[in-house]
Structures are given as C-alpha cells and as structure tokens.
Design a protein around this ligand. Sequence first.
Ligand code: ADP
Ligand code: MN
Ligand code: MN
Ligand code: MN
Length: 328
Amino acid sequence: MKRLEYIWLDGNETPKLRSKTRFATSIEQWNFDGGSTLQGDLKDSDRMLNPVQSYKDPFVEGGYLVLCEVCYHDGTPHETNFRSKLLTEYAASRNLDAWFGLEQEFTLLHPVTKLPLGLLLQPKEQGQYYCGAGRDSIVGRDVILEFEKRCAVAGIKLAGINAEVMPGQWEWQTPPQDALAVCDSLWVARYILARISEDMGVEISYDPKPHPDFNGAGCHTNFSTKEMRHKLSDELLEDLMTVLEEDHVDYLASCGEGYAERMSGECETSDWKTFTWGVGDRGASVRIPQKVKEDGAGYIEDRRPCANIDPYKLIFSLLQTTKKSKLL
Ligand code: ADP
Ligand code: MN
Ligand code: MN
Ligand code: MN
C-alpha cells in the first residue's frame, strides 16, 4: 500500500489548495465532494480527481503527492480546470519551445492579527529589508529553510530565494521550464509551503497588497521562446511588445484578484491602466533585462502578474497573446 496525498485546486476565483489521503497500491482516478469546494452542488456533487503528476511526499516517508485536475465523471474537464485549457494551448505552441520562470512572492502573516509578521520589527525605510540579514530586518528564515529542504525532497527545483522589500515578505524563483512543468511545480511548491505553515504557526499570504505602506506581492513571469533565446532582435522585441499592449486590458483578468491595488504605479509597479515597457525599468509593465538587451538574446520579464495568480490561467493568456506576434 502507498500513501497518496491527492492535491487539487478548488472553485474559488483565486483557487485554494485542497488535499485528501488515499491508501492504495496504484495511482488512479478518485472522486470527491464538489459541493464543498465550489465545484458542484448538493444534488450533483460527485467530481473526479484525475492524477496528472506525482512527487515524493516530503512530509511522509514513502508517500507521494499526487497533483490532480478536476473533471466531471464522464471525464470532461470542469470549468475551474484551467490546466486542461493550458494543455491545449501548450500542445498547439510546442514549436515555440517557450520557457517560463516565475518569481513567487509571498508574505508571512501572524495567524491571529493577520498582520505581516515583519510589522513587529522596528519600522524603517522599506529598502532596508530587501535581502537583509539580522533580527532587526528579517523574520521567517526558518520557514524558508524548511521550504527549501522539503522542495528538494519532493524533487521541485528552485532557482533562488530572497527576502523582499517589505518586512516578512519573501520570494522564490523557479528555474525556466515549459508551461505545464512550471505551473504544476509552482502549485505543488505552494502546497508544501501551506503544509509547513500549519506546523510553524504562520500564515502564508499571496495577497497582492497586504499592507498599504509597502510594496505588494507579485509573481513576475519571465518568458522566452527558442527564437528569443537565440536572437532577440529589436524588430522581434517591438512586435512582441505591440501584441502584449493590444491584449493588456484582457490580460489583466488573468493577473490575479486585486491587481489594481498592487499596480498603483508606485512601489516598483506600473499603473495597471497603461501598458509600458523598458530596458531595466522596474516601473514598467514589462522589463527587458539590461543584459538581454546587450546580448541581443534572452527573455522578457512580465511584472504585471500578482502573487495570487493561477499560473495555468496566466500562462494560457500569455501564450495566446504571443501567438499573435507575427515573428514568433
Ligand atoms: P529579478 O528579481 O531581477 O527580476 P530574479 O533573479 O528574481 O530576477 O528572477 C529571474 C527569473 O527569470 C528566474 O525565475 C529565472 O528562472 C527566470 N529566467 C531566466 N532565464 C530565463 C529564460 N531564458 N526564460 C524564461 N525565464 C528565465
Ligand atoms: Mn526577483
Ligand atoms: Mn521580487
Ligand atoms: Mn522580477
């Protein structure tokens, strides 16, 4: 018998993670009560968990985390199943060989006051917390180290971790991966962090603007295609920026609930109302890293997505837009 922790996304507008444990000899489809997760109702509650990926369970020796998509009983994907929508788009755009690297920011909250943990520190200029060291600047490093260890056990690779600009706020970066792999592993990493938070007595918040006085929390989405990695000409870049600008308003719907509060045009964000881009510009919707401009090859950084995005939904939109670019 194996211990299998089935994980799925519920039906909230900003999806929450759910999981339940199954003891079985093999990984198979399983049912659940959709009426309790906003994916069904009392009279029509049976929904199906369709396993799509499995990882070593970093909390239980010999167990597995089984990431699932939600379907109806006849196998039709549920409306909340953005993974299956992405899968179609992903298959249609395989020739792009697109890579995505996500910078997942989050904030540690006190479980009772719901205030960012770092607010208990002496108030200082926000610039002093970023990548800081010492008890006057940093809270929660033990949570981060635990996260790092558990991700390694599960086989989830991280590209980096840093303390952020707001006290009590952190970020991990994923390595560049294809659309499905980056989204699946981001959700499982979020699950691992959620489980750690249960034991360590902190709450993890992906709220795009947890405190009005400080930087919000984003999920910058770095993006490249094979062609861009080989050569990113000015012509290609400008064409890509044109299509991104055209789709800007629609795209915001995938950027996470509460994007307007975060994208105020202050605190290293662009104003959500206008699309802008620039080389080395952290106040733009899209930043072209300085080195990428110099090399004439590489990736772009979309700074609009908020920390609470559903990456399946976001990357689906980004791929759809990218396809409109003539040069790709
Ligand atoms: P910054 O904080 O300066 O914006 P980070 O170092 O936090 O940058 O994050 C950079 C992100 O870009 C990482 O997630 C990394 O994996 C990703 N990345 C690097 N190269 C590529 C690429 N060619 N395509 C897509 N993403 C990339
Ligand atoms: Mn970063
Ligand atoms: Mn950051
Ligand atoms: Mn960034």
